[in-house]
Design a protein around this ligand. Structure first.
Ligand code: BGC
Length: 406
């Protein structure tokens, strides 16, 4: 039997665009239509209407925390025009969480921006930082009384990689200089947002908030142990996993380290070129690990290794996302169980962990992959929006309830 620390947070996450539906003023909405994506987000899970029922389910599954995001394009559909009704909506959402004793963890940017912001140059524009701060100030003031945990930006590196390097997500730019500029702006957003949140709480005599990012980390492992692969693994570990964390710590802008962990990346470099060292992965099917529906390697020991490496920063860690898309619910439970075992081992080795948030509470819109990958603890039937609690959710609920893994 494995025990978890007292007052541990247990829950699941969603993001606004992926579950709410009809986010018509968002850059993703426009982009889906313009590229003719096979499955567009449409009504998504109708969570905008059904949030209370969804939170009832989370509570019935013994969760005591819930991570969600705010859709900027609802709050500020046109530049400088803030929508009170939408702010009111999120105040209601947070209230609904508190009423069910679910600790809200609020993300301010989860991949999407308003259309007008994208048209002004989005994150490549220097104005972006000030515009973001103006939007979040409204949100923080509105929600601060009921929110303790804030995540400023979800997975900045993943976002930059898909949107500005691979050019797969909007705004589909493929440029290293653009990616660098966006990185600079997002980091600056985070640091300024961190200070702003703390200032607002101080000004209003509120209990100190806890602010971080949700940083995606991967377990990089060399495919074969040649010099190229070993060097590439080292570089990626540094650049992808740790440099952002170190930078934000240097700026004293993390109260805890929020991490999202999903998979292993098997490093296999073809050429001695910087680009290959940073990007090549094994394409020869050498990975024998079980995989999720999207083909990602399932590698629970990676979570342990990363947590141990984070120990030296002497900050608590919060697992902001960990999850699997699969049609096989037994595999889902196996995934959760093994990752919790890894997490527990890291805790025993002295890593301070505040909580574990599964991705996701509901099946949802998996960005350019549409609705087919099923990450949810709760199944969504998209023909009638009916929810069905999966068996894995019940097994996870036993852990949440007892604070133990048996
Ligand atoms: C993102 C989620 C996404 C999940 C599964 C994370 O990178 O934060 O939005 O759905 O991974 O791909």
């Amino acid at each position: 039997m494995l025990e978890f620390p007292k007052d541990f947070y247990w829950g699941a996450a969603t993001s606004a665009y992926q579950v709410e539906g009809n986010n018509t003023n968002s850059d993703w909405w426009q982009w889906e239509k313009s590229v003719g994506l096979e499955e567009v987000s449409g009504e998504a899970c109708r969570h905008y209407q059904l949030f209370k029922e969804d939170f009832d389910l989370a509570r019935s599954l013994s969760h005591n925390a819930h991570r969600l995001s705010i859709e900027w394009s609802r709050i500020e559909p046109q530049e400088g025009q803030f929508c009170e009704e939408e702010l009111e909506h999120y105040i209601e959402v947070i209230k609904a969480l508190k009423e069910r004793r679910l600790e809200p963890i609020v993300t301010l940017h989860h991949f999407t921006t308003p259309v007008w912001f994208a048209q002004l140059g989005g994150w490549q524009s220097k104005k972006g930082v000030a515009l973001f701060l103006r939007y979040i100030e409204k949100v923080i003031i509105a929600l601060s009384r009921n929110v303790r945990f804030w995540v400023t930006i979800n997975e900045p590196i993943v976002y930059i990689y898909f949107s500005y390097i691979l050019g797969q997500w909007p705004p589909q730019v493929m440029s290293f200089p653009a990616a660098r500029q966006v990185e600079k702006n997002l980091i600056s957003c985070h640091i300024k947002a961190y200070r702003l949140i703390h200032d607002i709480y101080k000004r209003n005599n509120l209990i100190e908030p806890s602010v971080s990012i949700a940083h995606n980390m991967q377990a990089f492992v060399p495919c074969s142990h040649n010099l190229k692969n070993i060097l590439a693994t080292y570089l990626r570990d540094r650049i992808y996993n740790f440099s952002l964390v170190e930078n934000l710590i240097r700026h004293r802008s993390l109260d805890f380290i929020g991490i999202n962990y999903y998979n292993r990346s098997l490093v296999d470099v073809e050429k001695w070129r910087f680009k290959n060292l940073l990007m090549d992965v094994c394409r020869h099917g050498h990975s024998k690990l079980p995989k999720n529906f999207l083909g990602w390697d399932i590698y629970p020991e990676g979570l342990f290794t990363l947590l141990i490496k984070l120990k030296k920063y002497k900050l608590p860690v919060f697992i902001m996302e960990n999850g699997i898309c699969t049609e096989d619910d037994n595999l889902r439970w196996g995934f959760i169980r093994e990752h919790l075992e890894s997490l527990n081992l890291a805790i025993k080795k002295g890593v301070r962990v505040l909580g574990y948030i599964y991705w996701s509470l509901l099946d949802n819109f998996e960005w350019d992959k549409g609705f087919t990958p099923r990450f949810g603890l709760i199944e969504v039937d998209y023909s009638n929006f009916r929810r069905t609690v999966r068996d894995s959710a019940r097994r996870y609920a036993e852990v949440c309830k007892s604070n133990k893994l048996i």
